[in-house]
Design a protein around this ligand. Structure first.
Ligand code: PLP
Length: 402
């Protein structure tokens, strides 16, 4: 291997597929191309006005200085109250650290706990960043493929089979990006029973899509179902998706004292506390009833239903209606092996996605970086009109395949 100035831990990771798609879309737009973007990974709603105003008010009050590394007390109190109220979890402000988005909390959690030889179980399809975060922290991702027939749920049997004495973490994300998979209380209970048998396994719950769900009763949090897991669970969440605050960069982690202290130390020597203005806005977000949310969720649901119906009408594509989040993960196996009008054979979901972009002007993401193929991820975080136009274009392009 040629000598490199870049460390081996960085050389073993790759750029995020969704971030790369966002950049590609911006580039195509600059070139004047007419592209329907169904690759978006953030709400298309604006941050609600009362939260925006809280940010402006913080600036005017002069809240523009460093905050404590772990976040302001007001924000950690608001997070503690939220975890109690919405999840039935009992954490004090000292058990909580505020981070630069949930992504930062997940990365730092791995950084302070994972060493070479440690395995991290990641159910697939997974959010693209998890395996690379593990690799960047010198660990070994252990990918557990979940089946479409099981609605892409991690089963207790698959979890049990993946655990070894070297397992450090299970990363558990529900509703899941990219499949929207949700779990019932009974299904969470069954996973908890497996975890109870393996005390070396810690649990990183990524709850970022918790409020974007279309199933009626929200199940209790895994940890509320099995409080005995508390000393080995880190609860990660944030305001990005629920409150349409992706750019404000506020996430958080709540968990055992030693891990939160290590997170605090790492942040104290790297990023320090996160943006003071964003923290003030997040206090208001969490302390105010989210009256806008039922309407947003109803909108996501209508889009999900429309997208599912339109995709299932296209020969070669099979789409399930997910229980949450704002993505669909349709199967495109029926298009594999087909030939484009230019004579190219579609061998993989990467080829299918490229064909959609070039022949139809529709951007979706290939399933390959999400860990289960042949599928693609379609976002519904855009208008119904864009979803209808995108599906109509895909249908016309698919009709040209031989
Ligand atoms: N976790 C999952 C599953 C996500 O899909 C995302 C964003 O797409 C994040 C975490 C990151 O959230 P944040 O913007 O708070 O860093």
């Amino acid at each position: 291997m040629s000598p490199s100035r870049i460390s081996s831990r960085i050389r073993r990771i790759k750029p995020s597929a969704s971030a790369a798609a966002a950049e590609r879309f911006a580039e195509l737009r600059r070139q004047g191309k007419d592209i329907v973007n169904l690759a978006i990974g953030e709400p298309d709603f604006d941050t609600p006005a009362h939260i925006r105003e809280a940010g402006c008010a913080a600036i005017e009050r002069g809240e523009t200085r460093y905050t404590p590394v772990a976040g302001t007390l007001a924000l950690r109190q608001a997070i503690a109250a939220k975890l109690q109220r919405e999840n039935g979890l009992d954490y004090a402000p000292r058990d909580i650290i505020v981070t630069c988005g949930a992504k930062h909390a997940l990365f730092n959690a791995l950084a302070v706990t994972v060493e070479e030889g440690h395995e991290v179980i990641i159910p697939a399809p997974f959010w693209v960043s998890y395996p690379d975060m593990v690799l960047a922290c010198d660990g070994t991702p252990v990918i557990v493929a979940c089946r479409e027939e099981d609605d892409f749920r991690l089963t207790p049997e698959a979890l049990e089979a993946a655990i070894t004495l070297s397992t450090r973490w299970l990363v558990f994300n529900s509703p899941t990006n990219p499949t929207g998979t949700t779990y019932t209380t009974a299904q969470l209970r069954a996973l908890a029973d497996v975890l109870l048998r393996h005390p070396q396994v810690m649990v990183l719950t990524d709850d970022i899509y918790e409020h974007i769900r279309f199933v009626d009763a929200a199940p209790r949090h895994l940890l509320a179902i099995e409080p005995a897991l508390r000393e080995r669970t880190l609860v990660v969440n944030g305001v990005s998706k629920t409150y349409a605050m992706t750019g404000w960069r506020i996430g958080y982690a709540a968990g055992p004292a030693d891990i939160v202290a290590a997170l605090d130390m790492l942040q104290s020597q790297s990023t320090s506390g996160v943006c003071s203005i964003s923290q003030a806005a997040a206090v208001v977000a969490l302390n105010t009833a989210p009256d806008f949310l039922p309407q947003w969720v109803a909108t996501y649901r209508e889009r999900r239903d429309t997208a599912t119906r339109l995709l299932n009408a296209i020969p070669g594509i099979r789409a399930r209606a997910p229980g949450g989040a704002f993505y669909l993960y349709p199967h495109c196996g029926g298009l594999i092996g087909k030939r484009t009008p230019e004579g190219k054979t579609l061998d993989t979901d990467n080829d299918v996605v490229l064909f959609f972009l070039e022949a139809a002007g529709v951007m979706v993401l290939a399933g390959t970086p999400y860990g289960v193929s042949p599928y693609f991820r379609m976002s519904t975080a855009t208008s119904l009109a864009q979803i209808e136009e995108g599906c109509a274009r895909i249908a016309r392009a698919v009709a040209l395949l031989g």
